[in-house]
Design a protein around this ligand. Structure first.
Ligand SMILES: [Fe+2]
Length: 265
């Protein structure tokens, strides 16, 4: 069994310090093998916010695979966003733009879906470039077990490709990852917990999973929270933790079968 801590949208700079401590305490107790961190670690991409995020990652048990979000570029500096959008992210979080992790039963890679600028009005939306998607699946091809991708923006979302879920190339990227043998895609950005299946030609099912915002109480209708995902070859058990006061407590559990029976009639 591989235990993955799936956290997202930490938003250091707007975080609740009590929740920061609570998450570290919970993580120390749960002892994840790896943390998949799905972006928006800072609020405005400031150096001190990145320093806080780096200290937090250091304090987590085990390694962290981190994919940047749209808040992880200098938010208020259009020039920096255009010229060197990820310099602070790389400096603070260890050049982790394309990190990877391998365990005995699973492997995790990051996929980059955020842009400092892009040719549409809302540059905070995601963009899944086909070459990046294919590369993430290819990098996982050595994994003899469950293949996991962490990225910030949802590739598919519960309400379809609308609003903040308008990730360019998202649906195509989801299909490419599924056909490329990726079993789990762990995302953030929407501050919404979900798990959506996608059936594959090889008879397995891939799952696209969203996490809440980990440390911020300024949330969109859902409490702060995160997911703990216990992965085995045939299924993963996803436990949702939610903030209650200054603690995180289990708030629900769902089995995500990779065998396809949940999605077949
Ligand atoms: Fe975001």
């Amino acid at each position: 069994m591989t235990r993955i801590l799936h956290i997202s949208d930490l938003h250091f700079g707007a975080e609740d310090p009590a929740l920061t401590d609570a998450l570290l305490e919970t993580a120390a107790r749960l002892k994840p093998d790896v943390t998949a961190a799905a972006g928006d670690f800072t609020q405005y991409g400031r150096r001190r916010e990145f320093a806080a995020a780096a200290a937090f990652f250091d304090a987590l048990p085990g390694p962290v695979v981190a994919a940047p979000g749209n808040h992880d570029t200098p938010y208020l500096d259009v020039f920096a966003r255009a010229v060197r959008p990820w310099r602070r992210f790389e400096a603070a979080l260890g050049g982790a733009m394309t990190p990877g992790w391998r365990g005995s039963g699973a492997g995790v890679e990051a996929l980059h879906t955020a842009r400092g600028l892009q040719a549409r009005l809302d540059w905070s939306l995601g963009r899944a470039r086909t070459s990046h998607v294919r590369d993430a699946a290819r990098r996982l091809s050595d994994v003899d077990g469950v293949r996991v991708v962490a990225c910030h923006h949802p590739l598919i979302a519960p309400g379809g490709s609308r609003g903040r879920a308008r990730t360019a190339g998202g649906e195509r990227g989801a299909a490419l990852l599924a056909e490329g043998g990726v079993d789990l895609v762990l995302t953030g950005h929407l501050h919404q917990v979900f798990a959506l299946p996608l059936e594959r030609a090889d008879g397995r099912t891939s799952w696209f999973v969203g996490a809440g915002t980990a440390l911020s109480r300024r949330v969109r209708g859902e409490p702060a929270g995160f997911n703990v995902i216990d992965v085995e070859d045939e299924a993963a058990v996803m436990r949702v933790y939610e903030a209650r006061g200054a603690r995180f407590e289990p708030a629900g559990e769902r089995t995500l079968s990779f065998r396809g029976e949940e999605t077949r009639p």
